[in-house]
Design a protein around this ligand. Structure first.
Ligand SMILES: [Ca+2]
Ligand SMILES: [Ca+2]
Length: 426
């Protein structure tokens, strides 16, 4: 029982259960699963979205509650080197980006894009967003400005959609326009790329966007849709990092096209890639939600196979083992992996001045871990640095114009769907 209590406490499970559980929102959250009679183990609902919480859970929570108070106090006592200010409240926000004038675009899971001004709290809905299929892990997902936004006003965004009874992640582009009365829209929205194939199910879309430092290419992540093998299928874009031109066509010279891969593929063997970012030297970093005990930060290099589902430092949630990454196995190993997992939701490369000690770090939003995670970079190397308890699922981390960290919680409006600004502690 003590072990179960400790695991539950480590996951801040009390907070998770103190508010209504929305099964469609529980990607990367934990639940207790009963396997073969009495044995109980933790699994991530991203892999078993429709499994109900087992009936034994309330009893376990009662049993754990006796020594909970000390555990919570110990967690609270951990000094955080930042103070957190609540800036706004959203309904299951997914991603955000800053406009040059300090305003932000924020996406919400159900399909809203919002122009939000942190200076005065104004929220203006952005029109022109296509219909989003937000079932399960589906959402209006990432939003990133064009590298030449000042000239072209282009906004790139990703979303899940349903077509002909199957689903997939799409990449779209539109032109930001605000009328004198404040009305805001994306003009001329076009879908410029669709994952292939579209399949059944509501999981592991991924859909993160990053531009190369030279502004010439768009990198786009496609998850393996909880179908495992597509990550190794040369013809599928699922389980891949893709390199596209700014119009969404596959970039010329991609490393595997000559070997018969889909021409957009840059790297493969990935699972659920929920963060991608370039560092100051132009290295491309990626984080992905791995199987049980196998969350990863990878340094992405062209043409390499990152192993999933053939190898992983984790195991399948149904208990099947997966061989670990090992030297000489032909698969590129992660630079960092987590067991227990953190359920990474978003990735930021920090280059700001407000937290000088954190320059050249990756920041990861933790979903099941309810944490803000820092990974220190050193050239091609990466190492775990900090993991701060945030008491809420963290979906997105962004850097503000002054170098403050901005994070989006993953929950509902009025229930941990907040936008927080983190600044140095006094
Ligand atoms: Ca962002
Ligand atoms: Ca891997």
């Amino acid at each position: 029982m003590r072990n179960i209590c400790n695991i539950i406490r480590a996951r801040s499970f009390y907070t998770q259960l103190s508010r209504p559980v929305r099964p469609e929102l529980v990607e990367g959250s934990f639940f207790l699963e009963k396997k073969g009679g009495a044995s109980i183990r933790l699994a991530r609902t991203e892999d078993r979205m429709r499994n109900p919480l087992i009936t034994a859970l309330p009893l376990i929570l009662i049993a754990c509650s006796a020594d909970n108070a000390t555990g919570q106090n110990a967690a609270d006592a951990t000094a955080r080197p930042f103070k957190s200010s609540t800036i706004a409240d959203f309904d299951s926000p997914w991603a955000m980006t800053f406009l040059p004038d300090g305003r932000t675009l924020v996406t919400e899971k159900a399909g809203e894009m919002i122009l939000f001004d942190p200076k005065n709290g104004t929220k203006i809905p952005v029109a022109g967003i296509p219909a989003v299929d937000s079932a399960g892990q589906g959402a209006l997902m990432d939003v990133v400005l064009s590298p030449s936004f000042a000239q072209d006003k282009a906004v790139y965004f990703s979303f899940s959609e349903s077509r002909d009874g199957v689903k997939g992640v799409a990449l779209a582009k539109g032109s930001f326009a605000q009328a004198s009365d404040g009305t805001t829209k994306l003009d001329g929205v076009q879908v410029i790329f669709r994952a292939s194939p579209y399949v059944e199910g509501n999981g592991h879309y991924s859909g993160r966007i990053a531009f190369s430092p030279d502004g010439k290419y768009l990198f786009f992540t496609n998850g393996e849709r909880q179908k495992f093998d597509p990550a190794q299928d040369p013809k599928a874009t699922l389980g891949k990092v893709l390199r596209l031109n700014l119009d969404g066509t596959p970039a010329a010279g991609n490393p595997l096209a000559a070997q018969g891969f889909h021409p957009a593929v840059w790297s493969y063997g990935h699972r659920n890639l929920l963060g991608i970012a370039f560092d100051k030297d132009g290295r491309l970093w990626e984080q992905e939600m791995g199987p049980k005990g196998g969350d990863e930060v990878n340094l992405i290099k062209p043409g390499l196979n990152y192993g999933y589902p053939k190898v992983s430092n984790g195991s399948h949630y149904d208990g099947r083992a997966i061989p670990d990454h090992a030297p000489g196995d032909g698969f590129e190993a992660p630079k960092v992996s987590w067991n227990p997992v953190i359920s990474p939701g978003g990735l930021l490369y920090y280059s700001g001045d407000l937290f000088p000690a954190w320059k050249d770090s990756l920041f990861i939003g933790g979903l099941s871990s309810k944490a803000l995670v820092r990974v220190k970079l050193d050239g091609d190397k990466a190492s775990k640095a900090d993991q701060w308890d945030m008491d809420a699922r963290i979906r997105e981390v962004e850097q503000g114009p002054d170098g403050a960290l901005w994070v989006l919680e993953d929950g509902d409006d009025g229930s941990q769907g907040r936008l927080l600004k983190l600044t140095p502690a006094e």
